[in-house]
Every structure is written in structure tokens, then in C-alpha cells.
Design a protein around this ligand. Structure first.
Ligand SMILES: *[C@@H]1O[C@H](CO)[C@@H](O)[C@H](O)[C@H]1NC(C)=O
Length: 310
């Protein structure tokens, strides 16, 4: 069979998208020409799909998707997940989760308050610090990481009047109350049924090599298993992903995806503490990451008081 002339091709213009009436109209060489066009188009589609998949894989290795990216949120993020049966046996009917999930809010805590708390965290932690990559400061118990142990920050405060001020504690309480109210609203719990519990603490993560189990924050865990009393866990971030550190994203380890919350100064995330919310913090690659974990329980017997200057 003879190849169609250049003129013939122009005239017919048949492709695999067309209704290919041309195959009826055009006699002789036409079907061959149509087939070649079709193969070209399908190849382009296949190559595009493969390239898109490749780049998506480069951008999101092992299925990481952002629940809340680094940029400010226009509106709070809410991601509901089915509750685990962790709460079934419990008696705190008004308070225990009726629905479960994660929320992220950027406009709850003011930037000034977050920055004040960051200065407070830095000041407190400057008196101690773990040998490994994770240090804590707990203003309720006074626990401060020191080497591979803990010391009491209030003992140190006795010899240093300028360590904490009334203002520090006032802001700490205000921020805690703002978060408690937001948790109560989101989960439809009377706010007076929601109690602060321990541990509630500042954390500092850096890239030092882990020395003890406490330093290994990157293992998947469930808060209700790790700390029996928790019903709702919240986090207030005091530094920002990519500006202050690399790595260090908060990750909900779901079956289908790893859903990340990228820390940013003043961002609050909170979630039900049961096994519907397994999570970990990605290992830090650079910089220093500060946050506060504020924990709530439904069990009045597990409540702790607000911190004050001792
Ligand atoms: C989530 O990330 C962890 C650690 O990188 C990885 O082992 C796991 O396979 C990821 N899960 C999904 C669903 O991609």
C-alpha cells in the first residue's frame, strides 16, 4: 500500500479523537494514517501520567500529605477520624470523645503570647538541657532535663529571682485557657469537665544524637497508651518549620497517608488522644524546634493545678 501524500494528510485531518468518519470517507491509505496519529497521542498521555507520578513521588516520598502546611491558615482545619474503642469502658460521659479527629488553628493564640512563651522556654531551658536531642521543661512539677536526668527548675529559681515573673505565668494560664476553650468547643464538652493533666511541658528538640529513650521522639505512639490520663492532646508551636528548623514536622501516621502538621509560631493543633491518632515527630535535620504540649483529661482525679511561682 502506498503512503498518503502530504496533501492527502492535510485534507483528511483524521485523528483518534475524531469520530473517524474519515475512515469511511477516505479510501485506501487513510486507516494507516489515523492509526499512527492515535499511537502518538496515546503515547503522549502515558508519558505525561508517568512523569506526573514521578514528580509527585519526589515531592511526597512515602505518601506524606500536609494537613496544615507552613503558610497561615485562612480557616481552622478539621479532619475527623472514626473513634477507636479506647473510650468505651470509661465513665466520663459528658467529657470523653463522642467524635474524634484533629484540628489545627492559627488564630487562637496571639503571636505576642507565643513569642513571650518562647522566651520563657529558652530562659528556663538555658539552665539545663538533655545530652540527647530532646529536652523538656515542666512548670507544674518543675522538671527540667539536665544531662540524662532531670532537676527541679524551682530550686534554680530560688537563687535567681529574675528567672520567672508573674507575667510569665499569667500568659501561660491565659494561653492554656484559650486552648482548653477551643478543645471544649470543638468536641462539645462542658469546659469545666476538661482538666489540665500531666505531663504538660515545653519541649526543645535539636539535632544532637539521642542518648536515652526520652530523646527518641520519632517513634509512632498513642498518647493515651503513653500517658494513661490523656483524653485530648494539644500542641502550641513556638517556632516555624523551615524558618527555624528542617524536618520536625508533626505526623499523624494513618494507614493511607502520613498527614503532616507543619509547625509555625502560634499554631495550635489538638486531637483526641486515643489510638485513632497514632503520631510521631519527624527527625530534625537542622535547627531547634520549640513547642508546648498541653494535655487534658476527663478524670478529675488526674487534674493538675496551674503553675505559680513557688
Ligand atoms: C509514613 O512514614 C513512615 C516514616 O517515614 C513510613 O515508614 C511509613 O511507611 C509512611 N506511611 C505511609 C502510609 O506512607
Amino acid at each position: 500500500m502506498k503512503k498518503p501524500s502530504r496533501e492527502n494528510r492535510k485534507q483528511t485531518g483524521c485523528s483518534c479523537w475524531g469520530d473517524c468518519t474519515c475512515s469511511e470517507k477516505a479510501k485506501g491509505p487513510e486507516p494507516w494514517y489515523s492509526f499512527r496519529n492515535c499511537v502518538t497521542h496515546i503515547s503522549i498521555i502515558i508519558i505525561s501520567v508517568l512523569m506526573a507520578r514521578f514528580w509527585l513521588h519526589v515531592i511526597y516520598p512515602s505518601s506524606f500529605v500536609a494537613l496544615a502546611g507552613k503558610d497561615p491558615l485562612d480557616a481552622p482545619v478539621w479532619h475527623e477520624v472514626p473513634c477507636s474503642n479506647d473510650y468505651e469502658e470509661e465513665v466520663f460521659l459528658e467529657c470523653k470523645p463522642k467524635r474524634c479527629g484533629r484540628a489545627v488553628m492559627d488564630n487562637l493564640v496571639s503571636r505576642d503570647d507565643a513569642e513571650h512563651l518562647l522566651r520563657l522556654a529558652k530562659r528556663g531551658l538555658s539552665h539545663g538541657g538533655s545530652n540527647g536531642g530532646a529536652s523538656i521543661l515542666d512548670l507544674h512539677s518543675g522538671a527540667l532535663s539536665m544531662g540524662d536526668k532531670f532537676v527541679n527548675i524551682f530550686k534554680i529559681a530560688e537563687t535567681d529571682d529574675s528567672l520567672f515573673t508573674e507575667e510569665d505565668f499569667r500568659i501561660y494560664r491565659r494561653v492554656k485557657d484559650q486552648i482548653r476553650q477551643a478543645v471544649a468547643d470543638k468536641f462539645d464538652v462542658p469546659v469545666d469537665k476538661l482538666h489540665l493533666t500531666k505531663p504538660t511541658f515545653f519541649s526543645r528538640m535539636d539535632t544532637k544524637k539521642a542518648q536515652t529513650k526520652h530523646d527518641e521522639y520519632w517513634h509512632v505512639h498513642v498518647d493515651k497508651e503513653t500517658y494513661g490520663s490523656f483524653h485530648y492532646t494539644s500542641l502550641l508551636y513556638l517556632t516555624t518549620y523551615k524558618n527555624d528548623f528542617q524536618g520536625g514536622r508533626f505526623v499523624f501516621a494513618d494507614k493511607d497517608y502520613n498527614r503532616t502538621v507543619e509547625p509555625r509560631v502560634g499554631r495550635v493543633s489538638f486531637f483526641t488522644s486515643g489510638s485513632e491518632n497514632p503520631h510521631f515527630v519527624e527527625r530534625l535535620r537542622e535547627g531547634v524546634r520549640y513547642a508546648i504540649t498541653v494535655s487534658f483529661t476527663c478524670d478529675p482525679a488526674k487534674a493538675i493545678a496551674d503553675p505559680k511561682i513557688k
